[in-house]
Design a protein around this ligand. Structure first.
Ligand SMILES: CC(=O)SCCNC(=O)CCNC(=O)[C@H](O)C(C)(C)COP(=O)(O)OP(=O)(O)OC[C@H]1O[C@@H](n2cnc3c(N)ncnc32)[C@H](O)[C@@H]1OP(=O)(O)O
Length: 527
């Protein structure tokens, strides 16, 4: 069976920017259009040219840019049922008209509650609304524009069904080729029964098909998400065979709770559009490999995106729980409904308190250190203890630090030193020192506390010598911290250590311990 294309109208630049704080710069609007072109959006609603000179310039420049590359994407712009707006919108879209890719989207309210609020006295004169609709649409169609007509508030038309029929009839007669039926206030649900607007669309569609058998009108969904039903409504319209166009915004931005998320519609059509039970098969022309890119753009330049946003959210392909990661390590798609690489994303992991030993082991192996199966649980527990207060997780590099601490033979808690007359130095060490705990190191002869510690280390790591050492102050005051760097040689191999402390001698001792720990770990646990 052949598959029907569902047209995607992207109104991110128009309806998306109609929410507080969502406005983007002139340049960002133009850049977004480039991304929409790459994504192979069918129709880009680029703005509302009559809103301001800048909005006119944005639409006009996008229209010019897309005409210059002969983009297959239609450029659309919105206007009210007002002649001066129609003229301004036609001017803005002139470059797209020249390549046969210009659409004008014109709207007038039909919701009985919205009509007087929005239109004032004009709302009382329905015949005038109908004749104006016919006249303005004919004007645009005669000028060569593709026309989309929206009876605004369609989903709440109530007793206005016959008025809406008359409006649509006249719009089609005048040359409109797309009839968009918005759930403007976002309150519709298929659980409304006969009042559900998609059932009314089916009736209107049937009337128009009967009256205009030669016209192939595209019926369109435009759903807001006030109750979170925008996706369900949009897809109901398509999968029930009524609609062939979906209007929405990337990341579901838009007025109030937003418009339907285009990425969700696109992926659901891809996933379920060929279901055996569907009367017809459906697909979109979207190049989904650019979905993540365009979504990230909107998240950065327009409005922030929830981490758990479906399809594109940062967490939608990121995992932390041990149970899931264990399975994903064996089968990357074990916990993904689609391959994130298809949309330009990737599966990532964040190690946290709920992660497991297979995950920790994989990170440690990635850095090329040893973590055997019989010790991975103990290693993992020590890493979790090390980061007991990091409930939101740690980076792989931070995990490696905790691993190294676990492997370190010297775990310093506290250290003091004293010098006596006669060349005696005493270092008092608290913590773990190879297999020992809390020791006192006495050293007799020339040299500092560092010599004392070096002597003690040599009992466990033979042939350890300091080959380079320097300390410098971190600031210019007398109480500035001291930073020490040290290089040691162990059996011909060199290892670095760094540390800082208020006391120059202790900073050197700590740097030496750091270097010894590095030497021990690199010697014993490097793969
Ligand atoms: C569902 C939707 O998303 S619809 C899109 C809504 N988008 C926008 O409003 C964004 C851009 N809007 C704007 O910049 C401005 O509102 C403009 C330029 C469109 C209009 O501005 P103004 O005329 O200066 O003021 P205002 O917005 O208050 O408009 C009120 C007038 O529009 C008329 N009007 C409202 N909707 C419509 C309509 N669909 N068709 C015809 N006239 C309309 C009203 O009757 C009213 O007329 P009046 O001034 O004679 O009383």
């Amino acid at each position: 069976m052949s598959s029907k294309q569902v047209y995607i109208l992207d109104t991110t630049l128009r309806d998306g920017q109609q929410s507080p704080g969502a406005g983007m710069s002139f340049e960002d609007n133009l850049q977004y259009a480039e991304l929409a072109h790459k994504l192979r959006i069918d129709i880009l609603e680029a703005g509302f040219p009559s809103a301001s000179n800048t909005d006119f310039a944005i639409v006009n420049q996008i229209s010019k840019n897309m005409a210059a590359i002969n983009s297959a994407m239609r450029i659309s712009a919105l206007c009210q049922l007002r002649e001066e707006q129609v003229i301004r919108t036609m001017e803005a879209l002139a470059p797209s008209l020249a390549i046969g890719k210009a659409r004008i989207h014109i709207y007038v309210p039909v919701d009985p509650e919205l009509m007087p609020a929005s239109l004032g006295k004009f709302a009382e004169d329905k015949p005038a609304i109908i004749t104006t609709t016919y006249r303005l649409i004919k004007m645009m169609a005669d000028a060569g524009f593709e026309v989309e007509f929206s009876p605004e508030g369609y989903s709440r038309q109530r007793e206005n069904f016959d008025f809406v029929t008359d409006l649509i009839r006249n719009a089609v007669k005048a040359g409109a080729t797309t009839i968009n039926c918005p759930d403007t206030i976002g309150g519709a649900s298929q659980y409304q029964g006969e009042e559900y607007f998609v059932h009314k669309m089916a009736k209107h569609k049937q009337i128009i098909e009967t009256e205009f058998p030669d016209k192939d009108i595209i019926w369109s969904m435009h759903c807001h998400n006030d109750f979170g039903t925008a996706l369900d409504n949009s897809l109901y319209g398509v999968f029930s065979g009524v609609a062939r166009q979906i209007e929405g915004c990337i990341n579901g931005v838009g007025e109030r709770a937003g418009n339907v998320s285009l990425e969700q519609c696109i992926m659901v059509i891809r996933q379920f559009g060929h279901g055996a039970h569907l009367p017809e098969k459906y697909h979109t022309n979207i190049d989904i490999s650019h979905l993540k890119e365009i979504s990230d753009f909107i998240a950065e330049r327009m409005l922030p995106r929830q981490p758990h946003s479906p399809v594109v959210g940062k967490n939608s392909a990121s995992h932390t729980s041990g149970g899931h990661i264990n399975a994903i390590l064996k089968n990357p798609l074990a916990y993904q409904p689609f391959d994130p690489r298809d949309i330009g994303s990737e599966i990532t992991f964040v190690f946290g308190p709920l992660s497991g030993s297979n995950h920790a082991q994989q990170i440690i192996h990635k850095f090329k250190y040893r973590c055997d199966d019989n010790e991975k649980v103990a290693v993992t527990q020590s890493i979790k203890d090390f980061y007991a207060d990091r409930r939101k997780g740690v980076t792989d590099e931070e995990l490696l630090q905790a691993y190294k601490y676990y492997r370190s033979p010297i775990k310093l808690e506290h250290l003091t030193y004293a010098k006596e007359d006669g060349g005696k130095t005493r270092v008092t060490f608290h913590g773990e020192f190879f297999a020992e705990k809390d020791l006192v190191i006495d050293y007799q002869g020339r040299g500092s506390a560092l010599s004392a510690l070096n002597k003690a280390v040599n009992n466990h790591l033979a042939n350890t010598t300091v080959v380079d050492y320097n300390s410098h102050s971190k600031g210019s005051t007398v109480d500035a911290l001291c930073i020490s760097s040290i290089i040691i040689d162990v059996n011909g191999n060199r290892y670095n250590g760094q540390a800082e402390d208020e006391d120059i001698e202790i900073s050197a001792l700590k740097a030496f311990i750091d270097a010894v720990n590095n030497a021990y770990i690199e010697t014993n646990f490097r793969v």
